[in-house]
Design a protein around this ligand. Structure first.
Ligand SMILES: [Zn+2]
Length: 172
């Protein structure tokens, strides 16, 4: 973990490999992790996002940040999070900072609980619904190497094909 260069952390876009890989647990919450969390909040706010996961900053570690109103004051950090979804399924339009231009209806559980560590190493648990539950499931997906492009309906997948191909070409 000591090899993270915070100054080099940037938003990553599909098809960067780090986005499709399972992120690794954080073994020690040290200054590097605190700097990383700060940097992730910077990137999220700068891009007008409500959440950002480690792989989206180019770091394959199990950490994400969420701020439902997009402000720094309300940004919350989740380290080694576990999510337990529950309730009904809802379909809502979602976007992702790592797939610019893609917006699609994604099925998620309406509720979930999250257990994670904060920057002091304390474990906390919260119950979530609505946008919060959706954001938690979206960011947790990133830690598993899953993105909204992997959760598209068949029809949406066909219409997203061109955009994804464009992003692949831009990267190469
Ligand atoms: Zn995303």
């Amino acid at each position: 973990m000591s090899d993270i260069d915070i100054d080099k952390c940037r938003i990553t876009h599909y098809p960067r490999k780090v986005l499709s890989q399972k992120a690794q647990p954080i073994s020690e919450i040290n200054d590097t992790i605190r700097d990383l969390a700060d940097k992730m909040i910077d990137i999220m706010i700068e891009r007008n996002g409500v959440g950002l996961a480690g792989p989206q900053a180019g770091v394959g570690l199990r950490i994400f940040v969420i701020s439902l109103d997009g402000t720094r004051e309300n940004a919350k950090i989740y380290i080694n999070p576990e999510i337990t979804p529950s309730g009904e399924i809802a379909t809502t339009e979602e976007g992702c900072l790592s797939i610019p231009g893609l917006s699609a209806k994604i099925k998620r559980y309406k509720n979930c609980s999250v257990t994670a560590k904060d920057l002091s190493g304390n474990t906390f648990t919260e119950e979530a619904d609505g946008l919060y539950a959706r954001a938690l499931q979206h960011e947790y997906d990133h830690l598993e190497g899953t993105m909204i492009k992997d959760r598209l309906s068949q029809v949406a997948r066909i219409s997203a094909r061109k955009l994804l191909k464009q992003l692949e070409e831009n990267a190469s």
